[in-house]
Design a protein around this ligand. Structure first.
Ligand SMILES: Cc1cc2nc3c(=O)[nH]c(=O)nc-3n(C[C@H](O)[C@H](O)[C@H](O)COP(=O)(O)OP(=O)(O)OC[C@H]3O[C@@H](n4cnc5c(N)ncnc54)[C@H](O)[C@@H]3O)c2cc1C
Ligand SMILES: NC(=O)c1ccc[n+]([C@@H]2O[C@H](COP(=O)([O-])OP(=O)(O)OC[C@H]3O[C@@H](n4cnc5c(N)ncnc54)[C@H](O)[C@@H]3O)[C@@H](O)[C@H]2O)c1
Length: 474
């Protein structure tokens, strides 16, 4: 160890929601922690993803809810400036002081700069003032560098400097004409938000034949109906073939594979993520310098001698969701603390046992959509003895009371042999709060005969559970 080294028990690279959580748990376990952050503590999630996107979507959803309630009327169109001002509040005007204070209270030492692995238990930090700081960890280094938006190889697209989620969520001037490439959560959520906030001509180019292709097909169908009804031009089985933007920041032309051209003011790409491993020194510890960092169930990177490297959140590619990353980080922080003190590291809470493909996920559009566990297609492909039940949510009195013309659907996928739920999917207004019940039932494998005794209150949407179980035959 050189004198110039700063020594901590644990060094966390990246202070997104996941790095912050790993640091908090390790500190709670009595370890000294350094957190190295290149941009803003809070990460993509707090400043350019989950938080601002929901701040933009909630007023849109609320306006839709008002329109479904006889006797209520909006006084006028949505006030975009007010919505953007509130968005700014939710992201603390792009200032991370609150998160920094939070980290300092764990306590953790926040170091501003770009971190790079430099051999076993070593991290080099290029600080903002152009300097370098060499850090050494006594016990562990946690990589929590997240992910970056992917851009497809379409001629002219990179040169056109398309928007990613970052520009879309931090929008100041909503473009009047918008082309969106993609049909996943980012494309759907941001199309709905930006269209309602002023992108009068919004066109979505979806290369598959449905939205939200990892979910039950009815979710994409209900969402497509809603987007179309709002005036979005939804084009399936369409790819952007070429993009032209002669003037930086000027109008953009998208040529599609059916020979059409679309003129727009902005183009937004939402086609997935690249894990953020570029130039973080993976090769200095014997790992390939690309792709997700493979981890075991304690979040320890596999293939690193000495077992001191961990990777949590988007960067390990298991489940690109904040809540799943934070779950991994709780496991990771606790495991590191236990191993550092020579304590048992195999308590049940110290392993990630959730199948990443079964993670609970919500799409915060109108209609709200969520799923947990398997889709029917996946359960069948995996050879389960499957039976499914679907039910019209609008037929539930509690739902009907939520809105006139309530449209929604619920589906359960049952393992017939064990009579437990393999997967649950809901789509409809005001359904998000039902996800946790389903997550509990799926994760704890509550038998249907037991679920029958979980009596939902009248008149709430929760009575869907009785309807689904009765439809099943109970
Ligand atoms: C538009 C959008 C909406 C989303 N909405 C939701 C949602 O509603 N719910 C949900 O669960 N998930 C949502 N997600 C996914 C969620 O944003 C990610 O899963 C989450 O941000 C992952 O957290 P993380 O800490 O792993 O990474 P990040 O949030 O990406 O944080 C990583 C941090 O590491 C820093 N960093 C990177 N490299 C270095 C380095 N070398 N040195 C120092 N620092 C570094 C970055 O600056 C960043 O601050 C959304 C994603 C998008 C794009
Ligand atoms: N509410 C939420 O939880 C939420 C919201 C936004 C994003 N996220 C997460 O962030 C991550 C990124 O989301 P995303 O929507 O960007 O990615 P995604 O991978 O979930 O969906 C990308 C979509 O783009 C399509 N696509 C891929 N390549 C394409 C191409 N070359 N041309 C056109 N279409 C193409 C895919 O078929 C897919 O439908 C996901 O893991 C997602 O779950 C979560």
């Amino acid at each position: 160890m050189g004198d110039e080294d700063d020594v901590f028990d644990v060094i966390v690279m990246g202070a997104g929601p996941v790095g912050l959580t790993a640091a908090r748990r390790a500190a709670r376990g009595g370890l000294s922690v350094a957190l190295v952050e290149e941009r803003l503590a809070g990460g993509e999630c707090q400043f350019y993803a989950c938080v601002p996107s929901k701040a933009l979507l909630r007023p849109v959803e609320l306006a839709a809810e008002v329109s479904r309630m006889p006797g209520l009327e909006l006084r006028g169109p949505i006030d975009t400036a007010a919505v953007l001002a509130r968005r700014d509040e939710t992201v603390f005007d792009f200032d991370d002081a609150v998160l920094v204070r939070l980290a300092e209270n764990y306590p953790a030492t926040l170091i501003r700069g770009r971190a790079r692995l430099a051999g076993p238990l070593r991290v080099e930090t290029a600080t903002r003032d152009g300097g370098r700081r060499s850090l050494r960890a006594r016990h562990a280094v946690v990589v929590a560098t997240g992910s970056d938006p992917a851009v497809p190889d379409v001629p002219g697209l990179r040169e056109a400097r398309p928007w990613s989620n970052r520009e879309a969520t931090s929008v100041r001037q909503v473009p009047e004409r918008l082309v969106v490439i993609g049909g996943g959560p980012v494309a759907c959520e941001m199309s709905q938000a930006l269209h309602a906030l002023g992108a009068r001509e919004t066109t979505m180019l979806v290369h598959g034949d449905r939205l939200l292709s990892r979910m039950e097909p009815f979710t994409g169908e209900l969402l497509a109906d809603s987007l179309r009804k709002s005036g979005i031009d939804l084009r399936f089985r369409r790819l952007a073939q070429r993009v032209e933007r002669p003037e930086p920041g000027g109008p953009v032309t998208v040529h599609t594979d059916d020979g059409q051209r679309i003129e727009a003011d902005e183009i937004l790409v939402g086609i997935g993520r690249d894990v953020a491993v570029r130039d973080i020194g993976l090769e200095t510890v014997g790992l390939q310098p690309h792709g997700p960092i493979k981890v075991d169930r304690s979040m320890r990177a596999t293939g690193v001698p000495g077992g001191w490297l961990y990777a949590v959140g988007d960067v390990n590619g298991r489940s690109l969701l904040t809540h799943m990353g934070k779950y991994q980080a709780r496991v990771c922080g606790d495991v590191i603390a236990a191993r550092a003190k020579g304590l048992p590291d195999n308590r049940p809470s110290m392993r990630d046992i959730v199948d990443p493909a079964s993670s609970p996920q919500i799409i915060f559009t109108d209609p709200q959509i969520w799923m947990v566990g398997c889709t029917e297609a996946r359960a069948r492909a995996e050879g389960y003895p499957v039976r499914v039940v679907e039910y019209d949510l609008g037929a539930i009195e509690g739902a009907y009371l939520q809105a006139e013309g309530y449209t929604g659907r619920a589906k359960i996928v049952v393992d017939e042999e064990r009579r437990v739920l393999l997967g649950v999917t809901f789509a409809g207004p005001a359904v998000v709060d039902h996800l946790q019940t389903a997550t509990l039932a799926v994760t704890a494998q509550v038998p249907l005969d037991q679920l029958w005794h979980v009596v939902p209150a009248f008149p709430t949407v929760s009575e869907i559970w009785v309807a689904l179980l009765e439809e099943y035959g109970l």
